[in-house]
Design a binder for this molecule. Structure first.
Ligand code: ZN
Length: 358
């Protein structure tokens, strides 16, 4: 069983503060990445009491929804009440940490029952098998040990309950590497937002599930004193073509590509994307993020099934500059799961390659 070098981690380990833990885990991650620590291949053996490190039994697996699972238990034999943190490494990079604080009836004979773990987490990639290693950490005592590693393979799985290539799917992925197919696809269930009472100064439409969700979101916003407007919605191939040509004539091709999708590559053509504004100005400008409307939408959109599609600082993944007004409908289940997992781009959620350019 490998342990972390105590000399530089002991002090940090004794902190219970969340920020200290974060620093600690980053240090461990760096050490693993630099090859200073090698994840052990073997699981901790049951009944191993050679030291007072956290020990336990964990199992790693792949769920049908495409998430990896971590279950089992971990505890410190010499310090049964101590909280145990499980740090998850994927291909030597720290990706998640969980508290082992779920019920663990199998530990009752030891006089400890609350050190179970039953968690699910995103694969770092769906393009290749991943080496997943789990370390147990007793933060109070400064004790650490590897609990085990496993090769997991999420290839061919998806973390959304539907097709990401069918243009009629609510989960279709459209970016600079993934055009709509066919490129001139027209959705079959477009609804004029005005018929639902959704303000849309330019008379836009969305696909039915997105339009209904937008109506609910606008009503909730109104109840909070926020007046929203759907400034853009569905755009046909031909509309996107002339819009993009306008951008190219003023910004040049590379400038246009950062702010406007080429025809066939626009999420607006799916009928699932919307550009939002409020009556506070900053329409289609980044300053909208700091308006009351922009803040309300950022905080609440996921509960209606929308994600901010081009977040700040993620241009290398999405291919677009930060657009705090552009929201994409992916359904409440996926939007909420992304929000809860802290995953900000659809590309990362799907585990597909980044799409910085055409
Ligand atoms: Zn947009």
């Amino acid at each position: 069983m490998h342990t972390f070098p105590r000399t530089w981690l002991d002090a940090a380990l004794r902190h219970r503060a969340r920020w200290a833990r974060t620093v600690l885990l980053s240090v461990i991650a760096a050490a693993v990445t630099l090859g200073l620590l090698a994840p052990a291949a073997a699981f901790a053996t049951p009944g191993d009491d050679s030291g007072d490190d956290p020990e336990g039994r964990i199992s790693l697996g792949l769920r049908t929804d495409g998430l990896f699972t971590l279950s089992g238990h971990a505890f410190d034999r010499s310090d049964l009440g101590a909280p145990i943190i499980l740090a998850v490494f994927q291909d030597r990079e720290l990706t998640h940490s969980f508290a082992a604080d779920a019920p663990a009836p199998e530990l009752r004979p030891y006089g400890v029952a609350g050190k179970g773990i039953d968690a699910a987490f995103l694969p770092s990639t769906r393009q290749a098998p991943v080496q997943v290693c789990v370390a147990g950490i007793n933060i109070g005592a400064g004790e650490n040990s590897w609990l085990g590693c496993s090769m997991l393979d999420a290839r061919g799985t998806s973390s959304v309950p539907g097709s990401t290539t069918d243009p009629a799917s609510e989960y279709v992925l459209v970016n600079k590497q993934n055009p709509l197919s066919p490129v001139d696809h027209v959705p079959g269930d477009l609804v004029d937002l005005a018929t639902l009472g959704v303000p849309s100064a330019n008379g836009h439409s969305l696909r039915e599930p997105a339009a209904n969700a937008m109506r609910d979101m606008f009503e909730a916003a109104r109840a909070s004193g926020i007046t929203l407007d759907a400034t853009s919605g569905y755009r046909s191939y031909a509309t996107q073509q002339s819009l993009h040509e306008d951008f190219v004539s003023t910004l040049g091709q590379s400038g246009a590509d950062l702010t406007s999708a080429r025809p066939g590559y626009s999420e607006h053509q799916t009928g699932l994307a919307v550009d939002l504004s409020s009556d506070e100005g900053c329409v289609l400008e980044q300053c909208w993020a700091s308006t009351l409307g922009g803040q309300w939408v950022a905080a609440n959109a996921h509960t209606f099934g929308f994600i901010e599609r081009y977040p700040e600082g993620m241009t290398s993944v999405t291919g677009f500059e930060w657009e705090p007004w552009h929201y994409r409908y992916v359904g409440v289940e996926v939007a909420t799961a992304m929000h809860d997992a802290g995953v900000t781009t659809y590309e990362q959620w799907l585990g597909v390659p980044a799409a910085p350019g055409y």
